[in-house]
Design a protein around this ligand. Structure first.
Ligand code: ZN
Length: 502
């Protein structure tokens, strides 16, 4: 067959896989936002059936034959087609390396472990979860063996979430980050907290919702190609560049929770709305890694949404939405309130200054587990020691310690580091943006985000999966992934906020 016919056939097959994937995503979105409780049982069957179908399509021998045939003729393909073949072949080979029996066994253990973890966390009983964790660690090591690796089995697992990154490279990056971030947190704690009596009390839910919609719209989120709903855990989800949805949650007593969730998920969504049209219904239509995706959400949330120019712009809007509540409040007060730093036990509640430390704790423990240097039964003790070391806190119970996150019950080892990488990539990209967009902060203060979005579209969004994350960072910033920009950003911002030089 001619190469044109083969490419057309490849795109047809990939379109089919993408459609099934989007249908799964839509069912998941519905499950989290609208589905009545009695729909849960049928939904789990629907999701299992469609997931199996997707896996079958993705691992079909006919797809492999087509891809290997096209790879032989890569030099006759145009750049986009060649990239499509390369990226799809990577996914295909990773998928077929895992025997079907193993995939089923892993999935069965995951759902068992999830149910046990929920109960273990509720009762703060690690011993209950320990056997499940042991099994998932053993299966994850087997998974790494099937997938293959050079230096560490953790590399093979990491690749699923952060292709192009290795355990050794992460140890180097986090090794440079942890002591500097810990030292900064120590100085902030010693400096004492600002007084913010006006933050207490309840905040109108309708006003919070309206504010979040207003900001999403100002950021450039296209409501003709998306919508916002409420869910218990905020998320963003992609069906097509023409349909990218976000969710948020509203707490009466936490003014910034809804807004910051919306900005965060909006950052993810802008990325997905910005992929190239020609990449629709192909594997190129995605970010290169979770870390790169997280860089987009965290840049909008932290570097823009938690900046002083942002609050100079939006405090008047807050005054209108919450009558009487902000009359004597200055932008500097809102800026201080949204940037409170306080070492705490819970990762998802952590501020910008302490967040990465939570990740480094998990990363070090995961690597030790997967490399066989730590046994599951020793996790609580090791966890508590690291929390003391990095955050200076005593862990009162496992529910607020090693049982707090859902990830290990999914067997998702290698996922956590992507959150911290997102922070680091965001700072590196933001520095490049500051250099390249004249008067960037004036635009933010005017609530004009088009220059930011256009820059991100051009440098990050349209490339999809064409480059791996480290390569993209190097091309845009001229530097390898590094903690330097993030540490400098934190020291500048929080040094000023907490008057650390005074
Ligand atoms: Zn995120």
């Amino acid at each position: 067959m001619s190469k044109t016919v083969d490419i057309q056939e490849l795109r047809r097959k990939l379109g089919e896989i993408s459609d099934v994937h989007a249908a799964i995503a839509l069912l998941q979105w519905d499950q989290e936002t609208c589905m009545p409780p009695k729909g849960a049982e049928a939904r789990s069957f629907q999701l299992a059936t469609l997931s199996a179908l997707e896996h079958r399509l993705l691992t079909a021998e006919s797809l492999g034959a087509l891809l290997y045939g096209l790879r032989e003729r890569t030099d006759t393909l145009d750049a986009d087609d060649a990239k499509l073949v390369e990226v799809t072949l990577h996914d295909y080979e990773r998928a077929v390396k895992l025997p079907e029996d193993f995939v089923h066994a892993f999935a069965a253990e995951q759902s068992k472990a999830l149910a046990v973890w929920i109960e273990a966390r509720r009762t703060s009983d690690f011993a209950l979860f320990q056997p499940n964790l042991e099994t998932l660690v053993r299966l994850s090591r087997e998974k790494a063996d099937y997938l293959g690796y050079e230096a560490s089995p953790y590399d093979a697992l990491l690749e699923e979430f952060e292709r192009g990154m290795t355990t050794a490279e992460l140890e180097r990056i986090f090794g440079g980050l942890a002591p500097r971030q810990s030292a900064l947190v120590e100085r902030i704690v010693a400096a004492g907290q600002p007084e913010l009596p006006w933050m207490t009390g309840e905040w109108d839910e309708q006003a919070q919702w309206a504010f979040s919609l207003r900001i999403l719209s100002d950021m450039g989120y296209d409501f003709e190609a998306g919508r916002q709903d409420k869910s218990i855990h905020p998320f963003s989800i992609y069906f097509d560049t023409g349909d990218v949805r976000v969710t948020t949650r509203i707490h009466k007593d936490a003014l910034f929770s809804c807004l910051m969730s919306s900005i965060h998920e909006g950052g993810h969504a802008l990325y997905m709305q910005g992929h190239a049209d020609a990449d629709r219904r192909t594997p190129l239509c995605d970010g290169p890694s979770l870390g790169m995706h997280e860089s987009q959400s965290r840049m909008w949330e932290n570097m823009i949404g938690r900046s002083l120019p942002f609050w100079r712009c939006y405090l008047p809007v807050m005054r209108e939405l919450f009558p009487g509540r902000f009359d004597n409040i200055a932008p500097e007060d809102a800026y201080a309130a949204v940037n409170l730093v306080e070492p705490s036990l819970i990762r998802v509640e952590a501020d910008e200054c302490t967040y990465n430390l939570h990740i480094i704790i998990r990363f070090e423990l995961e690597v030790a587990l997967i490399e066989g240097k730590l046994e599951a039964r020793d996790i609580p003790e090791a966890w508590n020691a690291k929390v003391k070391q990095y955050l200076g806190l005593d862990v009162p119970d496992d529910a607020r310690g090693c049982l707090q996150d859902v990830h290990w019950s999914h067997g998702a080892f290698g996922y956590f580091p992507t959150y911290a990488l997102g922070n680091l990539y965001a700072a590196q990209l933001f520095d490049a943006m500051l250099e390249q967009i004249p008067g960037l902060w004036d635009h933010v203060e005017a609530g004009t985000f088009a220059p930011v979005l256009e820059w991100l579209r051009e440098h990050v969004h349209v490339h999809g999966r064409r480059k791996l994350a480290p390569e993209l960072i190097r091309d845009i910033t001229g530097h390898d992934p590094s903690p330097d920009a993030y540490v400098a950003y934190l020291e500048r911002k929080f040094g000023e906020l907490y008057r650390l030089d005074a």
